[in-house]
Write a protein that binds this ligand. Structure first.
Ligand SMILES: [Zn+2]
Length: 143
């Protein structure tokens, strides 16, 4: 036997015992489960009951992907682009917004630079019409 916490479309919460999860699926598919309060058969499984969710180990989902050969090729190109950029551009670190502005306003000559900008700084640069691109980061380099 398995106990499910259920809720109808009106939000009435109730619990019902089933033989097993397949029995629940069968009965739910045929609208055989009805709300004891309003009689609605539009019933769905509610969130897990607190005593179960409390015991469950917290495991936050992380982004994952299956990579096709084409994407592997793309990833290789990204890596090349990144390596090219890093080799040919000046690293300015957190002075990136300052340096980007100087170039934009013609205070210094245009060149390729890369560095870091906070999302707030990035937003400001965009608002000033300064064009830049995020440096491609490969998934396995993020930590
Ligand atoms: Zn109801």
């Amino acid at each position: 036997m398995i106990r499910y916490a259920l809720a109808c479309e009106q939000g009435h919460a109730f619990e019902t015992w089933f033989q097993n999860s397949a029995a629940y699926d069968r009965q739910a598919a045929r609208s055989l489960i009805s709300c004891p309060i309003c009689g609605s058969t539009k019933v769905t499984k509610a969130l897990m009951t607190p005593q179960i969710s409390g015991a469950k180990k917290r495991d936050d989902p992380a982004p994952v992907a299956m990579v096709s050969p084409q994407e592997r090729e793309f990833r290789k190109k990204l890596k090349e682009l990144r390596e090219h950029l890093v080799k040919n551009a000046d690293y300015v670190g957190q002075k990136f917004p300052e340096e980007a502005r100087k170039m934009h306003y013609g205070e210094v000559e245009h060149r390729s630079i890369y560095g870091e900008a906070t999302s707030e700084q990035a937003k400001e640069l965009h608002e000033e019409g300064i064009e830049f691109h995020p440096l491609p980061v490969l998934p396995d380099e993020r930590n």
